[in-house]
Design a protein around this ligand. Sequence first.
Ligand code: TYM
Length: 332
Amino acid sequence: MMETVVSGIRSTGKLHLGNYYGAIKNFLKMQDEYNCYFFIADYHSLTTHPMPADLHGNVKQVLVEYLAAGIDPEKATIYVQSDVPEIPELYLFMNMNAYLGELERSTSFKDKVRSQPDNVNAGLLTYPVLMAADIIIHKATKVPVGKDQEQHLEMARTFGNRFNRMYNTEFFPEPYAFSLGQSLIKVPGLDGKGKMGKSEGENNAVYLSDSPEIIRKKVMRAVSDSGPTEENQAKPEAIQNLFDLLKLVSEESTYTHFDDLYNKCQIRYGDLKKQLAEDMIIATAPVRERINDIAADSAYLSKVAALGAEKARESASKTLREVREIIGFRKF
Ligand code: TYM
């Protein structure tokens, strides 16, 4: 039987190169070979309390960018999470077997407690349970995501296995984080530290919808340093990040060229950044050029969302019917 793949992206606005290289590039390759469900996680976005006026626009943005990137609604099921009420029902069941201690130990929860101390809501705590429900509702085994989601996948396996043990069944298969490349990807940001992300400030992330001028501006401002002083010296984080970005978007010979210059202490970061910006512009052009046209086609977007919702509900309702039976719900 064909393996099932599920993945999603939170609807918190524009997609950046981290989302693209960490997740979407894999979606594109997988849609030809697997039974794929790609969705827009709008329930997950509620943990940060978006304004009602922004919610729909954010969902639309991700839907448009999925399509612009080349996800094909004829091949994969593309849907909005909140169109599938079976997901929150499964989330409710899974919450009964998710324990406070393990949820509090999740790295993403601890990060949020630090970054938004005024809004440590229960939705944040049970975020991994909702994510597990998203995945196991279609009995997926492969989940194309970036490196930052690995722990969430481990938790999804824990919850699914716990259900299986509790009801003495082998109902849910184990889902694993997956990348078609050799390993899960972490795309660095432009601020010299850590990963590319939406919440790390405007200048850290390059968005798929950024114009070439904006990309050039952001990359030229990326954090670097005054250059190596010894030959073959190890690269500090900010510089390693620039090289990691080159590796993603540039030809191998470009990477080697700058790496050689670095090792000989002859590198000029201005030249590297100029090349990096141009290669980013080329790499994102096919997506960028389709965004506006797709965004303007409301009829197409409605059709895609409606078709996706129908297909996703078909699969989700089958799982949920069986789950209810296993748990012991009976009709009077
Ligand atoms: P989110 O919205 O934060 O990110 C969406 C996808 O993009 C990847 N990603 C990155 N990959 C590499 N480098 C980066 N700098 C980078 N930034 C983001 C993420 O790993 C992710 O694959 N919890 C998920 C959304 C979700 C989900 C799911 C995913 C909800 N339910 C079920 C898979 C299956 C999230 O917050 O992703």
